[in-house]
Design a protein around this ligand. Structure first.
Ligand code: CMC
Length: 428
């Protein structure tokens, strides 16, 4: 810490330490603000509030940069498998071939679900949203592996829990789809890759094995790599807040799934497809939807546009768009929604409202079109986001414990009634 920030309140100066991160981001450490001045800061949505020091993911929203542990997302998306990226995010370094083989073997070992756990799937109604099932079942997994409830941030217990979670989240996701579509559970095949195994559990039948083509497997791998972490977003912050009470990892990521579900966060990938379908089917011009999004008298938003951090192109969206073209081409498919999306993007990028507010397509804008192309049903889109985000959630939970982080407990400014006397019921 080299510099100090000075705050003047009622003519009195207070000094606070400043800290500069490895990418020259600066912060003012206000931990002593309340005890020294009696004031708190107000920042709804935490747009300017740092909640932790982290060495996992770096985002520069002005320049459109995203790096996991220092590696650019473009290089990882092009060259790395999701399991390799998960290892990198969790352990800080790229795995050696031997480390990767052991990691893969451990994930494969934990792929099957406990038989009693499988029975729980039949208790959900067919209409149950897969995100609700995923959150509930992740919490439930810990009941069948009580040894992992007391897991700490390192050692064999942690390594086992990591493999278990990365494996189980995939099986739970696939099984929830099977149950909702009235088909029996398809057990994992340990000989398949992470992505192929998921697709096998989703789509194989006893007499017809689904074999993912390399194009489809690559597309899913890329989707998961692009979603693997994104620093202190809503769901990751939720995982950290829950974990800060020293709640176990399973409860913490289960809460993360719930936070991800909302349409302003991970739920946007499905909402984008619904929006594009509505635009296509309505026959109304794009300008009608732009006008609605600009009109402050309603809460309509263009889904897949805008981001708290990116005030330039989201690099994930650029990679996703390029991949959509490649995958549709390789699968010899045409998707009418792609034309609608392209027109919408073109019009927004020229529209003053969106230009002034730096609203660009985010990761969710093209991801749904990619998932449609490889046959993923709409109600599973956000579930796939959750599978992808699992390494990031676990790594953040672990970092929290390593830093012996204080319990999360924001303050408020009370604006309600001041003290008043209770009136008995008969007198009201
Ligand atoms: N359509 C229309 N107007 C928008 C949009 C949008 N998609 N996004 C932001 N704005 C407006 C917003 O109303 C505000 O206008 P004004 O200054 O006149 O009040 C201005 O742009 C600044 O936005 P903000 O409210 O400061 O944005 P935020 O940081 O609070 O919210 C967001 C970020 C992503 C929740 C928001 O942009 C949004 O709702 N987008 C649509 C949902 C979406 O695509 N979510 C996925 C995000 S990326 C994946 C992930 O990590 O979750």
């Amino acid at each position: 810490m080299t510099e100090k920030a000075t705050l003047t309140i009622d003519g009195r100066n207070y000094e606070f330490d400043m800290f500069t991160g490895s990418e020259n981001e600066t912060c003012i450490d206000i931990q002593k603000l309340r005890s020294e001045t009696g004031c708190i800061t107000m920042d709804p949505g935490y747009g300017n509030t740092g909640s932790c020091y982290s060495s996992i993911t770096f985002v520069d929203g002005a320049k459109g940069i995203l790096r996991y542990r220092g590696y650019p997302i473009e290089q990882l998306a092009e060259q790395a498998s999701f399991v390799e990226v998960a290892y990198l995010i969790l352990y800080g370094e790229l795995p050696t071939p031997k480390q990767l083989a052991l990691f893969r073997a451990s994930i494969a070992e934990h792929a099957p679900l406990h038989t009693s756990l499988e029975h729980h799937f039949s208790g959900f109604p067919k209409s149950a949203p897969p995100m609700a099932i995923l959150s509930a079942m992740l919490n439930l997994v810990s009941c069948f592996h009580s040894e992992v409830l007391d897991v700490h941030s390192e050692g064999p217990g942690f390594d086992k829990t990591v493999a278990l979670l990365l494996s189980k989240v995939r099986a739970i996701a696939a099984f929830s789809y099977r149950m909702a579509s009235g088909r029996p559970i398809m057990h994992p095949n340990p000989n398949l890759s992470y992505c192929s195994n998921f697709l096998h559990m989703m789509f194989s039948d006893p007499y017809r094995e689904y074999i993912a083509t390399p194009v489809v497997e690559r597309a899913l791998n890329l989707f998961l790599v692009l979603h693997a972490d994104h620093e202190q977003n809503c769901s990751t912050s939720t995982v950290r807040v829950v974990g800060s009470s020293r709640a176990n990892l399973f409860s913490s990521v289960s809460a993360g799934v719930c936070a991800l579900w909302g349409p302003l966060h991970g739920g946007a990938n499905a909402a984008v497809i619904k929006m594009l379908e509505e635009i296509k089917d309505s026959g109304k011009p794009i300008s009608h939807y732009l006008d609605m999004a600009k009109d402050k008298s309603n809460d309509y938003k263009l889904m897949g546009f805008g981001h708290r951090v990116y005030k330039n192109f989201d690099p994930r969206s650029l990679i996703m768009k390029k991949t959509v073209y490649e995958v549709l081409d390789e699968l010899q498919q045409e998707d009418p929604l792609l034309q609608v999306a392209l027109e919408l993007e073109e019009k927004t990028l020229k529209d003053d409202y969106f230009v002034e507010r730096n609203l660009y397509p985010n990761v969710d804008f093209y991801s749904g079109i990619l998932l449609r192309a490889i046959g993923i049903p709409l109600n599973m889109y956000t579930v796939l986001f959750a599978i992808g985000r699992m390494p990031g959630w676990i790594a953040n939970w672990r970092e929290l414990l390593e830093h012996n982080h204080r319990i999360s407990r924001p303050r408020q400014v009370y604006t309600g009634q001041t003290v008043r006397q209770f009136v008995p019921l008969r007198e009201r």
